[in-house]
Design a protein around this ligand. Structure first.
Ligand SMILES: CC(C)(COP(=O)(O)OP(=O)(O)OC[C@H]1O[C@@H](n2cnc3c(N)ncnc32)[C@H](O)[C@@H]1OP(=O)(O)O)[C@@H](O)C(=O)NCCC(=O)NCCS
Length: 164
């Protein structure tokens, strides 16, 4: 996978992770049956953000399908989580393998559910799963001007990979 230059590379060490809060309400693993719903969620989450480049909803579905198919590195099903409200996925975090290390490839929350801690809970659950499986780190790449994402990642303890 090629990483654009305007992306920051962040990493979170998982070795000293404490057991997390009880499983958040509505949390579950993602499966291929979620691909269409996830595509709709991705589209809604990204429209109007700094990372939106005019993709359509079908293109968003194709991105999600590609992630499950391993086009962004082997998909890590155990650590790819969603949170449901009223039986709809409203937040999700997808983990793939990158250079032999887990990568938070995507994190999204539906517009009407943003700012309620759902992405933080979703990514934290992924970190717990990876730590329990003996993975020492979780990596990610984020657009430098994506302030909401940077806020979530900072709160979760991610740091610049160059300084890690
Ligand atoms: C980035 C994104 C996933 C965050 O989802 P979210 O569910 O709103 O995030 P949370 O509510 O868990 O936020 C966690 C913390 O980040 C901070 N935060 C979140 N959004 C913020 C914003 N717009 N401005 C400032 N701080 C913000 C808050 O401090 C929050 O802490 P709190 O829970 O104590 O209030 C969401 O904005 C999104 O879907 N963006 C579009 C897709 C994207 O850019 N994904 C990331 C790159 S792949």
């Amino acid at each position: 996978m090629t990483i654009p230059a305007r992306k920051l590379h962040l990493v979170r060490t998982l070795t000293a992770m404490q057991p997390g809060e009880a499983s958040p309400h509505g949390l579950r693993r993602l499966t291929r049956a979620d691909i269409e719903a996830l595509g709709r969620l991705f589209y809604a989450a990204y429209v109007g953000t700094v990372d939106y480049e005019g993709e359509t909803e079908p293109e968003a579905v194709a991105v999600v399908r590609a992630a499950f198919d391993g086009d962004y590195g082997a998909f890590v099903e155990d650590a790819s989580m969603g949170i449901e409200r009223d039986r709809q996925l409203v937040s999700a975090s997808l983990v793939t393998m990158w250079n032999g290390k887990p990568l938070l490839a995507f994190a999204v929350t539906a517009p009407e559910w943003k700012g309620r801690g759902l992405s933080r809970q979703c990514v934290a659950a992924a970190m717990q799963t990876l730590a329990a499986a003996g993975q020492p780190e979780l990596h990610l790449f984020v657009t430098a001007s994506n302030l909401p994402a940077l806020a979530v990642y900072k709160q979760l303890g991610f740091a610049n990979a160059g300084a890690a």
